[in-house]
Design a protein around this ligand. Structure first.
Ligand SMILES: C[S@@+](CC[C@H](N)C(=O)[O-])C[C@H]1O[C@@H](n2cnc3c(N)ncnc32)[C@H](O)[C@@H]1O
Length: 486
């Protein structure tokens, strides 16, 4: 019996079944052949063997045939876990199987691996511990560290694999299934290219393969398939042998092509070194439309980190909350209390003055900036503020809020900078592409801030005081910054 619609949706989610529209698969393969260049593509064209290890209904296999990646359908192989969806051009080898568990038989066996693997769903959760341990031996990416080097497999393989993203295992499978010189071209979640957490795996990829191009797909590409996942199509060519160090790729590889498709599309190039230095491979981060902050300001710019005396967020204790009190105690500053005119103390709960939640490091001093660490509604809307409570008032930040204590620069000025285009475009660029907006300490320190003259700094402080007593608006501070930097 056909599953009912909600059931079908549930099954699709469990198996990560979001099929690529046929026209999109074709367009991506056209771009990949341009990016690979005539010579490389001529080597592959014709007699090449093509694998899609998670082929679904065969959009990429069809596109491979249409676009001349294979001379006929017998050169195509498609696997999918689900025999009810598997399809592809007549004559192709199509088989229902778990590609991850078949990795050892697939290694180096194809000229090209193409497709769009699952990103979520049950993944490896239904496998026995024995099967997980075998996967742990076959795959490396779950155990790589900084620099892309794998640690030795250990007894925790099964537990770690259960939490490991299935898309990353598939990325390894795509690269490992092609021969040296062969090409892997696949769609992966944008976060894989933007998150610091995935940096070691990206370094691992660079050691195995040359990065040819990265293409950001429009956000609505898979809307028809029921997801708004943001995705990037990556093209890689396997190296003749694995590089000793990721840095060798920075030194020897030619620039990588980056593009965005659709509205506000662009195409540009970046060196591997640039990509690695910024910890970002997502094309959006390298969009030429982001202006260099130092070009936007006639005042000299310096890294905010040079002025930071203390940077801290509140205590985190799993399963423990601060004890609320009805009078006295300390004010607990949460993102909710961040207002355009300062910290709304009426919205701060009172907590007992005891560790770990109340400690000198978390205690706000007058003039400290209060910066939400994450979240769409606060950081995502540029809601940063300054604390101006009196010195004897004890107020501490919670674990979602940063306390930024500055010396040698007016914090009202810095607030004005961060809340105007020059600062905000830097903040937006940093969290652009990562699922939940967040700013790490390193990213806060790296923000470029113009340094004002004394009179401008005094004026920033005056305006902020007026914003605090309601006689001026935050817009006045922004206007001061705009005038001073232009
Ligand atoms: C995102 S869909 C993409 C399908 C197809 N490549 C496309 O682009 O239209 C991912 C496919 O992977 C299949 N799949 C999930 N886990 C798998 C596994 N371990 N081995 C093989 N296929 C798997 C799902 O059934 C699903 O059809």
């Amino acid at each position: 019996m056909e599953p009912t619609r909600p059931q079908a949706k549930q099954t699709r989610k469990q198996r990560g079944q979001f099929f690529t529209p046929r026209a999109v698969a074709k367009q991506l393969l056209q771009l990949a052949s341009t990016d690979l260049g005539e010579r490389c593509f001529a080597d592959l064209r014709g007699g090449c063997s093509v694998l899609d290890p998670a082929c679904g209904d065969g959009a990429f296999l069809e596109a491979a045939l249409d676009e001349g990646w294979a001379s006929d359908a017998t050169a195509l192989t498609g696997f999918d876990l689900d025999d009810t969806v598997i399809a592809g051009p007549a004559g192709a080898t199509l088989e229902a199987r778990d590609s991850l568990r078949s990795f050892s038989q697939l290694r180096g066996g194809f000229d090209v691996a193409l497709g769009n693997p699952p990103y979520g769903g049950d993944g490896v959760r239904n496998l026995s511990r024995g099967a997980l341990s075998r996967l742990g031996r076959d795959f490396e990416t779950w155990r790589v560290v900084e620099g892309g080097r794998p640690l030795r497999s250990d007894a925790r393989a099964a537990d770690r694999l259960l939490r490991f993203p299935i898309a990353t295992l598939f990325a390894e499978l795509f690269v490992g299934s092609v021969r040296p010189g062969g090409v892997s071209a696949l769609v992966l979640p944008e976060s894989f290219f933007a998150n610091r957490r995935d940096g070691p795996v990206r370094a691992w990829l660079l050691r195995q393969a040359r990065l040819i191009s990265l293409t950001e797909l429009p956000p609505n590409t898979f809307a028809g398939a029921g997801t708004r996942a943001r995705t990037i199509f990556v093209v890689l060519q396997r190296r003749p042998s694995v590089l000793r160090a990721m840095e060798d790729a920075c030194a020897q590889d030619p620039p990588v092509r980056l593009r965005r498709l659709g509205a506000s599309g662009f195409e540009t190039e970046r060196s591997v070194e640039d990509l690695q230095r910024s910890y970002r491979w997502d094309p959006g981060y390298h969009d030429p439309a982001w202006l260099d902050p130092t070009d936007l300001s006639r005042l000299p710019c310096r890294r905010l980190g040079e002025f930071i005396e203390t940077l801290a967020y509140g205590a985190i204790r799993v399963g423990q909350r601060p004890r609320l009190v009805s009078a006295g105690g300390a004010l607990y500053v949460t993102q909710r209390s961040v207002a355009d005119w300062g910290v709304d103390l009426d919205l701060c709960p009172r907590i007992a003055e005891e560790p770990p939640f109340v400690a000198p490091r978390f205690r706000l001093a007058p003039g400290d900036l209060v910066v939400p660490r994450c979240g769409r509604g606060t950081l995502g809307r540029n809601r940063l503020t300054r604390f101006d409570g009196s010195g004897d008032l004890c107020a501490v930040v919670d674990c979602f809020t940063d306390r930024v204590s500055l010396v040698g620069i007016s914090s009202a000025w810095v607030l004005g900078v961060l809340r105007s285009e020059l600062g905000w475009s830097q903040i937006r660029r940093t969290f652009n592409g990562v699922g939940t907006p967040n700013l790490s300490f390193g990213e806060i320190r790296a923000l470029q801030v113009p340094v004002p003259d004394d009179a401008t700094a005094v004026e920033a402080e005056r305006i902020w005081a007026a914003v605090g007593d309601g006689t001026e608006d935050i817009e006045a501070l922004r206007a001061l910054v705009r005038t001073a930097i232009n």
